[in-house]
Design a protein around this ligand. Sequence first.
Ligand SMILES: Nc1nc2c(ncn2[C@@H]2O[C@H](COP(=O)(O)OP(=O)(O)OP(=O)(O)O)[C@@H](O)[C@H]2O)c(=O)[nH]1
Ligand SMILES: [Mg+2]
Length: 273
Amino acid sequence: MTDKILVFIPVYNCERQIGRVLEQFRSPEVSRWFSEILVLDNGSKDKSIDVATAAAQSLAGVSVKIARNLQNYGLGGSHKSAFAYAIENGFTHVALLHGDDQGSIADLIPELKNGAHLAYDCLLGSRFMRGSRITGYSPVRIAGNYVFNVAYSLATLKIVKDLGSGLNFYSVDFLKSRFYTSFPDGLHFSCSLLLGACARIAKIRFFPISWREEDQVSNVKLFRQSFETLGLALRYMFGKKGFLAHEYRAKLVDRYEREILYPQTGAGTQTSP
Ligand SMILES: Nc1nc2c(ncn2[C@@H]2O[C@H](COP(=O)(O)OP(=O)(O)OP(=O)(O)O)[C@@H](O)[C@H]2O)c(=O)[nH]1
Ligand SMILES: [Mg+2]
């Protein structure tokens, strides 16, 4: 089967960074791996869509779509919307790259070159392993992440090297059953997906990435988020079936819908369960 890889770029108020993120795909050495880039806006209040559209127009030979969720579904909900898009449009894999330019898609290319994506369900970028490079993170935050990695390793009995960075890669076969629909729609989606992948005995590989915090705004509420993160690991330890069956969303969303804004086709809204 020929690879058809979608790059999913979640965006919320990234007008200062999204141009730089799309610029990363100008090199054919990078873009040749990907069939399409989906910039998925989550109801930004700034000019993210305009900036992304201009950047997309300037990228000759790269297929870029710019879409907007019909409401702000949170970062997790945006994943569900993008995964649905990938499933429904025949993609074989989805690469996640955050739209606020903290990561580099170039870090994924060695994994694709050595064929790791064909052997694993999930390739997860790690900020905290040999070969990783982090800039601009406070020592407290780095230490906290190492503690969480140990806690999640104990909970899952696997070596966890990152609870959820902004550069990951998933096979669509792994996503197809949509087992993650009841997972949190907010920032806890990625660590829930990691636990869900462990519960489903998925093949997971961590790879080192570079990660920076420069002109980005962190939305992480350290203490509250830490408790919720540990709560997820505890629930997992009490039983994988229960973990997978639990409804984590405070507000249920029937359909994670998006509309394609660029290129304009007149196709309108795309709905997904
Ligand atoms: N916070 C937030 N980010 C969103 C949302 N939808 C899309 N995003 C994008 O998701 C990416 C990650 O969001 P961040 O708030 O930086 O979260 P994070 O990277 O996990 O946390 P930090 O390490 O603090 O940067 C960014 O590119 C956002 O623009 C949303 O509803 N809320
Ligand atoms: Mg971020």
